[in-house]
Design a protein around this ligand. Structure first.
Ligand code: ADP
Ligand code: GLC
Length: 470
């Protein structure tokens, strides 16, 4: 089966979060399973672009409204990723450094999608399925179905995977002229609450819709940033498929980002070496449990509660634990976390920014990872952490609920709490501190977690079954 993934991120080419990890791994494992999976993404000026060889495979001429432009499709020449990777280059629009956050993002991602469909329409054959990810590729199912110039592609099945329904790509109707001419009777297929909503359009027009965990799919029918009714209406074609993790990249016995490798049998000693390195680097007390947070410092992740929850933990439990934060996001959260450094007593530090290699060291050296997410469609951090023997402390939501069982329950290994509140986080911290004192229990939990199977194989089977049903 030939599967074309369309995405704005793909690790290690460009990654802002879990979307990049998933699109960098799923196609590789689909290829391992005997399929031909390819990725098409937007081009950015990243290190990966500069350090690899590229072959031009297509040059096209198309339009974004009144603006006619030439685009180029380049392909990574050595197949270093384990799948064919194609980048869409549009001079001035897609050759920029950041992935998101420009004023003309609507134009950038609409032009990207037009180029993808335009390019595929020039092929001599049709792929078996076009699999689009998040709103950045959400208009493609509409284009294939309702834009006049792509009618010859309308029988290609489309699947939309929603990694995060908070971001929908809304744009005003004045931008409708950016799209290739379409059947005006089908305006409703673009619209949600009087805006063009690319994610809503994808949900309406894709043949099947998936999200990255079962629980998140259920939650979307009651909380989906305004799309609840649409999820309820379209539930017949929606399903949840849990993400996997790339065990080749995330393996404590081979991870190229860490010096002290370990596996299940020598996890305690191996983790301690990484913890030592972290404690030396960040001036922390190695005798105390190390609780880390890694992620985007935004409301969805509950990051705004961290400063108060840390202060309350010190106050109610005592300064018996370390906290180390890695992340970037809302400036006010960044500065609150940065500001707390002055009060640290060898038990708190924060690295504000994005740092891939530090994140690996933290998964390896931490004792606990805190994820007080308000919304977590899947969450990869907890799965990486568990593979590295680090106990997840998670809010009972979305993919966190589907992957972490509380250690108080039968067969459990993590710490779960119900509310995104300072009180619940503080109580989870107290439970972590208590668990840390029970060395035997912690050892047993580490062992259990490190042997859990979150590999991609199971999810690949479910995706393939879904494609086959189309
Ligand atoms: P999301 O995609 O919502 O941000 P996920 O848990 O799915 O959340 O994936 C987050 C990914 O991004 C993980 O690979 C995590 O290690 C990584 N990550 C997030 N923030 C940072 C950071 N500041 N530095 C390094 N890696 C980060
Ligand atoms: C999104 C979600 C995250 C998920 C990731 C990969 O960024 O916020 O929970 O793990 O996509 O699917």
């Amino acid at each position: 089966m030939e599967i074309i993934h369309v995405s704005a991120e793909c690790y290690p080419v460009a990654k802002a979060g879990g979307l990049g990890d998933v699109v960098g791994a799923l196609p590789k494992y689909q290829n391992h399973a005997g399929h031909i999976a390819k990725v098409v993404m937007t081009m950015y000026k990243t290190k990966f672009l500069l350090n690899h060889e590229w072959a031009v495979v297509h040059k096209g001429y198309t339009n974004l409204g009144h603006w006619w432009f030439t685009y180029t499709i380049i392909k990574e020449a050595t197949n270093v990723l384990g799948f064919d990777l194609y980048l869409v280059d549009i001079n001035g629009l897609l050759d920029r450094e950041k992935i998101y956050g420009y004023e003309d993002d609507a134009e950038r991602f609409t032009a990207f999608q037009i180029c993808v469909v335009d390019w595929i329409s020039a092929w001599e054959h049709h792929p078996d399925v076009i699999h689009v990810h998040d709103y950045h590729a959400g208009l493609i199912p509409f284009m294939l179905k309702h834009c006049f110039r792509y009618q010859h592609l309308k029988n290609i099945p489309t699947v939309l995977t929603i990694h995060n329904a908070q971001y929908q790509g809304w744009m005003g109707w004045e931008k409708s002229n950016l799209l290739p001419a379409y059947d005006e009777w089908k305006r409703g297929m673009l619209d949600w609450k009087n805006n063009i909503n690319p994610l809503a359009s994808g949900i309406k027009c894709a043949w099947k819709v998936t999200t990255v965990s079962h629980s998140y799919m259920d939650e979307l029918r009651v909380a989906a940033n305004g799309l609840e009714a649409l999820f309820e209406y379209e539930k017949g074609k929606c399903s949840g498929i849990l993400n996997g993790i790339d065990n080749a990249v995330w393996d404590p016995s081979t991870d190229t980002y860490i010096e002290n490798h370990f596996s299940v049998d020598d996890a305690d000693a191996g983790k301690l070496k990484s913890k030592k390195l972290l404690c030396e680097t960040f001036d922390l007390d190695i005798t105390k449990p190390l609780i880390v947070f890694i992620g985007r410092l935004v409301g969805e992740k509950g990051a705004d509660l961290l400063p108060q929850a840390i202060a309350d933990s010190y106050f109610h439990i005592g300064r018996t634990m370390n906290f180390l934060i890695l992340g970037s996001g809302f400036p006010e959260v960044e500065s609150a976390l940065e500001g707390m450094k002055v009060l640290a007593q060898k038990d708190y530090n924060a690295y504000i920014g994005y740092n891939e290699s530090l994140s690996h060291l933290m998964y390896a050296g931490a004792d606990f990872i805190l994820m007080p997410s308000r919304v977590e469609p899947c969450g990869l951090n907890q799965m990486y952490a568990m593979r590295y023997g680090t106990v997840p402390m998670v809010r009972n939501t979305g993919g966190l609920r589907d992957t972490v069982i509380d250690y108080g329950d039968e067969g459990g290994y993590g710490i779960r709490f119900n509310y995104v509140s300072v009180g619940d986080i503080t109580q989870a911290v107290w439970r972590a501190v208590e668990l840390y004192k029970d060395e035997e229990k912690l050892k047993e939990i580490r062992k259990t977690m490190m042997q859990l199977d979150f590999s991609w194989e199971a999810s690949v089977k479910q995706y393939v079954a879904l494609y086959e049903s189309l």
